[in-house]
Design a protein around this ligand. Structure first.
Ligand code: CTP
Ligand code: MG
Length: 240
């Protein structure tokens, strides 16, 4: 009771390339999802982890988690996800027991987030922030472009603006929320297309303030093949 984590893990991992669903791919022999669950259960505040599995992979995920038991007493639930990340998170939220007051949402695709980052997010929510995101300054300058579509698809895109980089942050997970705030966001806000890629963005649309705490380089998202190389290197360094 108290603090629970929802881990959306139902994506296919198209950008990673062909193979098993991304969350089930292994990093030094252990499924990415198991790394992510361990990272969350490593925080003393976390008493429940709800894993949102690919709809056709619930039994397999349950089996993988049983094969890699957690130390300690963190409870684990597995539910089926949906077609978008937003739907998957919603399925996870629906499984939360009533006594949960703080909810973290953490991508299975960020398996190496350090426990200190998790604890910092939890602490900020416990201190009264309704929504908290870990974030880092950007290394690259960012440009806004005007996408070319239809007949002009494939032509070079014109740059429209260059936002001041010092005001931008790259946002990670776990994102932490007061439970009622996150539930209200998921009830009231529906974004078009892919849905929300970020839960805090939905809370912003409610008009509720979201605050930032320092993120961590090792909380990067495994998205493309090169990210697997980096993740393996981080794990090797931790073992050394
Ligand atoms: N996710 C989910 N349900 C979906 C889509 C995504 O639970 N329908 C989860 C992913 O499993 C991942 C997290 O949301 O842990 C972040 O999404 P992303 O990195 O985009 O993963 P994928 O959607 O799997 O990857 P891709 O977009 O390359 O297909
Ligand atoms: Mg995706």
């Amino acid at each position: 009771p108290g603090t629970a984590v929802v881990i959306p893990a139902a994506g296919r991992g198209v950008r990673l390339g062909p193979g098993a669903p991304k969350a089930l791919r292994t990093l030094s022999g252990v499924p990415m999802l198991v790394h992510a669950v361990r990272a969350m259960a490593g925080s003393r505040a976390v008493s429940l982890v709800v894993v949102v599995a690919p709809p056709d992979g619930v039994a397999e995920v349950r089996r993988l988690l049983d094969e890699h038991p957690l130390p300690g007493s963190t409870e684990l639930l597995v539910v089926a996800g949906g077609a978008t990340r937003q739907e998957s998170v919603r399925q996870g939220l629906a499984a939360l027991p009533d006594d949960v007051t703080t909810v973290l949402v953490h991508d299975a695709a960020r398996p190496l987030v350090p426990v200190d980052t998790v604890d910092a997010v939890v602490a900020a929510v416990h201190e009264g922030a309704p929504a908290v995101v870990p974030a880092l300054p950007l290394a690259d300058t960012v440009k806004q472009v005007e996408p070319r579509t239809g007949e002009r698809a494939g032509e070079p895109e014109p740059v429209v603006a260059t936002p001041d980089r010092s005001l931008l942050r790259a946002v990670q997970t776990p994102q932490g929320f007061d439970r009622d705030t996150l539930l209200a966001a998921h009830e009231k806000i529906t974004l078009q297309g892919e849905g929300a890629t970020d839960d805090a963005g939905m809370v912003e649309r409610l008009g509720v303030e979201v605050v930032v705490v320092p993120g961590h380089e090792e909380a990067f998202k495994v998205t493309r093949p090169l990210d697997l190389v980096l993740a393996e290197a981080v794990l090797a360094r931790r073992r050394a």
